[in-house]
Design a protein around this ligand. Structure first.
Ligand code: NOJ
Length: 462
């Protein structure tokens, strides 16, 4: 069966600065919180992002590969501590020059640059000075950084996303000990960090629009994607309440200028400190919703689990060693939910992908499992589109194997293999994705079932 996409559908790939650039201390770049964290040996096997894919020096080769792939758009992020050197706001011209050259190279290759301003590599000096997102001071610094970038690149870059996955940089950094900078601070301060990152988003949207009125601004948000084990309307209606609770912290302020009543409901003293004018700022209209999606949660309602649900992630039986759960129908429910609840103008999948560890390099290069994964998820996107829930584009994560945060270089998400010597080698999926882009369609060769191998996780484990 042929799965086709609209003619103007945007196909792309995505990366982030810390994960690919390397050159951690070259040409005036100062440390980010991830450099500090990795240097302290906290990532798997002591891996660090100091060299990563050396994209800083090899960006021309990478852009040439993207041109070969045929992508229309490339989403990448700016490394804040590469362009602003200190708390006084000193601009590092060398850093700006790198991004300006990259943008020119992309445009010359016929690829439109889409920029994320913050993909977790917070300058260490801001963490040292006031604890990063724990303090409201971060908002002024983020506004200044946004201004610098839009003045430097706004003549050529027309799509901006201020923040990547805000919950990772706040809830998972201050509420749980999972990511830097930490420390774990308790509910009240974590709630404030969420509010502060939302304010950073709002001030950046306003700033970009003022400086560059023809730019489009959106976000790159990872939704908690829940859906029912048995598809019936009653189950779906109940499960939607759970979506609201999990996603409302970030999406509701953006779209409606308020936190949903259920937000922070279990946080005891955890409601954020909101000042006059904050909610108007958070509500600055966005042009597109970007969603980073990797897997969903299948909820079975039987009254025994969290909020009356049982909670599952389903693994796909046929796929080796996936690092995240795989839930074939995720996009169908996600898109349905988002369109029903938010006034969306344009919607992009700003990230989707998966990683596998394999025994041999050959298995890495012959990655049929990745092709199957993409087919499975795009089929789900198409199913939602067939019911009228529009999607305007898809960015595969990732262009190249890279530094996967705390997991170091173990998990490989790329369409391009990164050899020991940093040699780039397109995988089988690269050539498959190229054909998909060229034809705007692919052949779906099997059905994907949500009922394969349910794997129980979390609180219902028995
Ligand atoms: C989402 C993050 O934005 C990205 O940086 C990360 O590599 C992928 N998830 C995979 O874990």
């Amino acid at each position: 069966m042929k799965i086709e996409f609209p003619k103007d559908f945007l196909w792309g790939v995505a990366t982030s600065s810390c994960q690919i650039e390397g050159s951690a201390n070259i040409d005036g770049k100062v440390d980010s919180v991830w450099d500090t964290y990795a240097d302290a040996g906290k990532c798997l096997k002591g891996d660090t992002p100091r060299v990563a894919c050396d994209h800083y020096h090899r960006y021309k080769e990478d852009v040439a590969l993207m041109k070969e792939l045929g992508v229309k758009v490339y989403r990448f992020s700016i490394c804040w501590p590469r362009v602003i050197s200190d708390i006084k706001g000193t601009v590092n011209e060398k850093g700006l020059e790198f991004y300006s050259n990259l943008v020119d190279e992309l445009i010359a290759a016929g690829i439109e640059p889409w920029i994320t301003l913050f993909h977790w590599d917070l300058p260490q000096y801001l963490q040292d000075a006031f604890g990063g997102f724990l303090s409201r001071d971060i908002v002024g610094y983020f506004q200044y950084y946004t201004e610098v970038m839009v003045k430097a690149l706004g003549d050529r870059v027309k799509h901006w996303m201020p923040i990547n996955e805000p919950d990772n940089a706040t809830t998972f950094s201050y509420g749980f000990p999972w990511m830097p900078p930490g420390p774990v601070v308790g509910e009240k301060k974590t709630a404030n960090s969420i509010h502060h990152i939302n304010l950073c988003h709002g001030i950046a949207v306003k700033t970009i629009k003022e400086l560059c009125p023809d730019a489009k601004v959106g976000c790159a948000f990872d939704c908690a994607a829940y859906y029912p084990r048995e598809d019936c309307d009653d189950n779906w209606a109940l499960i939607e309440q759970e979506w609201k609770y999990e996603n409302g912290y970030f999406l509701d302020p953006m779209f409606f200028g308020k936190y949903p009543d259920c937000s922070f409901r279990n946080w005891h003293d955890g409601y954020p400190d909101i000042e006059h004018g904050d909610m108007e700022l958070l509500n600055h209209p966005i042009d597109f919703l970007g969603i980073n999606q990797y897997y969903g949660y299948v909820l079975k309602i039987d009254g025994r689990g969290h909020n009356g649900y049982n909670f599952y992630v389903r693994e796909h039986n046929d796929l080796p060693n996936s690092c995240m759960g795989i839930t074939p129908d995720m996009f169908y429910y996600l898109l349905k939910y988002l369109h029903r609840h938010y006034p969306i103008k344009e919607l992009y999948v700003t990230e989707n992908g998966n990683a596998w560890t394999t025994d041999t390099e050959e298995e890495q290069l012959k990655d049929d499992y990745r092709i199957d994964f993409i087919k499975m998820h795009l089929s789900s996107v198409r199913k939602a589109m067939d019911e009228g829930y529009f999607v305007n584009g898809y960015f595969h994560w990732s262009f190249i194997d890279n530094f996967e945060w705390g997991s170091g270089y173990k998990w490989k998400f790329g369409l391009v293999h990164l050899g020991e010597d940093l040699k780039r080698e397109p995988k089988k999926s690269f050539w498959w994705y190229k054909d998909l882009i060229k034809n705007n369609s692919f052949e779906k060769d099997r059905e994907y079932s949500n009922n394969e191998n349910p794997q129980l996780i979390f609180w219902n484990k028995k």
